[in-house]
Design a protein around this ligand. Structure first.
Ligand code: GLC
Ligand code: MG
Length: 253
């Protein structure tokens, strides 16, 4: 059986990772609440949603209040219950970020359909893009950006969403920033996700990673190409898959 490992920091994506299977979510919430009380575990949501869109979800789902919210695919960090994004993180992202130029270049692509205004954020430009043309559009877009000296990160998720972010402004870098600030070891940190915008959660450090059983093809493919023993692909879906992973890594019985 062996000893349990202490869970100090728990980070999860929301849509189709934490949220999507009501019964398991209740059980996972109880587990996390217990971890918080006994180990002082910090709970962080890392979502593609804006903060206002997160608040809409939180109004309709039983979500525990987090210690921090990473919103807009990593580009905004809200600590505690703060309504203002962390200024140090925003300052980092504003270096070498050329929003207007990126929008102008992207507008040349007829296949890129802008997402609603509420999802356009200071450090996130979002479109819908059909999976059938992604292989042609993304390399071309990246090339045009590089020609202008712009080093942005392009992330495609769920065969539908394309986000353009400052390099180093993704969910994974936001997690590294919080771990540094809170001085938490990767061994005692868990990250969970299901789609393309979660790949960065798994790729920078050695945090324990849980990929839920219903994960999108882009994340599954990445997982298959980067096999390591600190990542686990669950069988169960959403919160059920997270519980399965927490047991696999011996954070819970
Ligand atoms: C969320 C956001 C959307 C983004 C997608 C993928 O759905 O609302 O703007 O494109 O995540 O990151
Ligand atoms: Mg998701």
């Amino acid at each position: 059986m062996g000893l349990l490992t202490r869970l100090s920091l728990f980070i999860t994506d929301l849509d189709h990772t934490l949220v999507g299977n009501d019964k398991s979510l209740d059980l996972l919430n109880q587990t996390l609440e217990f971890q918080r009380q006994t180990n002082g575990t910090k709970l962080v949501y890392a979502t593609g949603r804006s903060r206002s869109s997160y608040l809409e979800l939180a109004a309709s789902q039983p979500l525990l209040p987090p210690d921090a919210l990473i919103a807009a695919v990593g580009t905004e960090i809200y600590l505690g219950g703060s309504t203002e994004p962390d200024a140090e993180w925003a300052d980092k992202l504003s270096v070498n970020w050329h929003r207007a130029e990126i929008v102008a270049i992207s507008n040349r692509f007829a296949d890129l359909e802008p997402q609603p205004p509420a999802e356009q954020r200071p450090f996130k430009i979002s479109y819908y893009l059909s999976a059938s043309v992604v292989g042609a559009v993304v390399p071309h877009l990246q090339e045009l950006l590089v020609e202008q000296g712009i080093d942005a990160e392009i992330i495609y998720s769920g065969s539908r969403d394309l986000d353009i972010l400052p390099r180093g402004g993704d969910k994974g870098k936001a997690v590294q920033f919080l771990r540094d600030r809170w001085q938490i070891d990767p061994m005692h940190t868990v990250v969970c996700g299901d789609s393309g915008n979660d790949i960065s959660l798994f790729k920078y450090g050695t945090e324990r990673g849980i990929i839920v059983g219903n994960a999108q093809s882009e994340l599954r493919l990445w997982y298959e190409l980067h096999p390591v023993d600190y990542h686990y692909l669950a069988v169960a879906e959403c919160a059920g898959g997270i519980l399965e992973g927490l047991q696999y890594f011996r954070f819970v019985e």
